[in-house]
Design a binder for this molecule. Structure first.
Ligand SMILES: O=C(O)CCC(=O)C(=O)O
Ligand SMILES: [Fe+2]
Length: 356
């Protein structure tokens, strides 16, 4: 895989040490869920099976306005005609499929090492919670080559190039979407200092493969606990199985149904901060089901790691002062979020935004 800009620096971060040494259970061997997987608050808010989450065609002449509206109202949308070739997406899903189908002891050969976030293990977010999640994941920060060589001693080169291709395509798409989102707020590349003179500084990113095995008691288990992403933008490819839900205040959880060819785009916390609260950082979670395993491939996109993030000055005025103080950098932000069990945005906010 091509070298990446430094992503959240696990070596300087205490965030993920908490889960080091923990490995996912071999889910196939569990015929009922152990108590440590039983969550109590899954049905606190209603779940709605509606197709309300906007679907946007990137070739639509009004795509920019539609994207901006979706970011303001939902903080999430499904994107079709996004330009990532089908075969690139399908090949990447097959890589995830084949990785998680390996025997448990084989997967553990690529387990995350001390001080690192790359490799196989539980969801990184599980560090924040006492209960366990019904999922396993493989995190790629920089090159996956070393881990892939352990998983597939023969044939890892091909798998590396599939990953590299996916990575490249998604990086391009994220950058394009970020500038569309910002342009709709009147922000150009010159207004964002860390983006480089032409908006061409390399942003940081992490690729994450998620597996949610079928679960004997899906009403009590949680695939991925409710969270917002600590990113600028996240792009999720989900396999054909439902599970992802997004939260709308006052209504409840909306399922984001898999739509053939679509990618799910989430606004992350850092985009919410940059936009001075105009764009919603969407709260989302993943449920599991009794019969069908689910996969997702998640591209998390953030600023270069060494740059501070703050509301873009052009968006501020006496009547719209900064809603957040500057955040030192991406890793600092993730650490703050860990310490506050995911409540970083609310705790950093300088005042309550007006709702009208
Ligand atoms: O699996 C999914 O659909 C979403 C995963 C997710 O939200 C994440 O990895 O942050
Ligand atoms: Fe997420």
């Amino acid at each position: 895989m091509a070298p990446t800009a430094t992503a959240p620096d696990a070596h300087n971060s205490k965030t993920f040490d908490v889960i080091l040494g923990k490995v996912p259970d071999d889910f196939k061997s569990l015929h009922e869920i152990p108590e440590e997987y039983a969550w109590t608050n899954l049905n606190e808010h209603p779940s709605l099976d509606s197709d309300s989450v906007p679907i946007i065609d990137l070739n639509d002449p009004n795509a920019s306005q539609l994207i901006s509206h979706a970011c303001t109202t939902w903080g999430v949308f499904q994107l079709i005609n996004h330009g990532v070739p089908n075969n690139v997406v399908e090949d990447m899903e097959s890589v995830a499929q084949s990785l998680f189908s390996l025997p448990a002891e084989q997967k553990l050969k690529a387990a995350r090492g001390p001080g690192g976030i790359s490799g196989y293990g539980p969801q990184l977010i599980s560090a924040f919670w006492d209960k366990k999640l019904w999922s396993e994941c493989f995190t790629i920060l920089g090159s996956p080559l070393e881990h892939y060589a352990k998983l597939w001693p023969q044939g890892y080169t091909k798998i590396c190039s599939i990953t590299e291709e996916y990575d490249k395509e998604l990086g391009r798409l994220c950058s394009r979407l970020m500038w569309i989102m910002l342009a709709s707020l009147g922000i150009s590349k010159e207004d964002v200092k860390w983006s480089g003179p032409k908006g061409d500084n390399q942003e940081a990113h992490v690729l994450q493969l998620n597996s949610y095995p079928a679960c004997p008691d899906p009403d009590r288990a949680m695939g991925l606990v409710a969270h917002t992403d600590s990113t600028l933008v996240t792009i999720v490819h989900q396999s054909k199985i439902c599970g992802l839900q997004v939260f709308q205040e006052g209504t409840g959880w909306f399922t984001v149904p898999p739509v053939p060819g679509a990618m799910v785009v989430n606004v992350g916390d850092l985009m919410h901060i940059l936009s001075n609260g105009s764009y919603v950082s969407v709260l989302h979670r993943v449920l599991v089901n009794q019969t069908q395993p689910r996969l997702s491939v998640v591209y998390t996109y953030g600023p270069p790691d060494n740059v501070p993030i703050s509301p873009i000055p052009k968006l501020l005025s006496a009547s719209h002062p900064a809603l957040y103080p500057p955040v030192t950098n991406w890793s600092e932000y993730i650490d703050t979020k860990t310490k506050l069990k995911g409540k970083a945005l609310a705790s950093l906010r300088l005042y309550e935004p007006r709702t009208n």
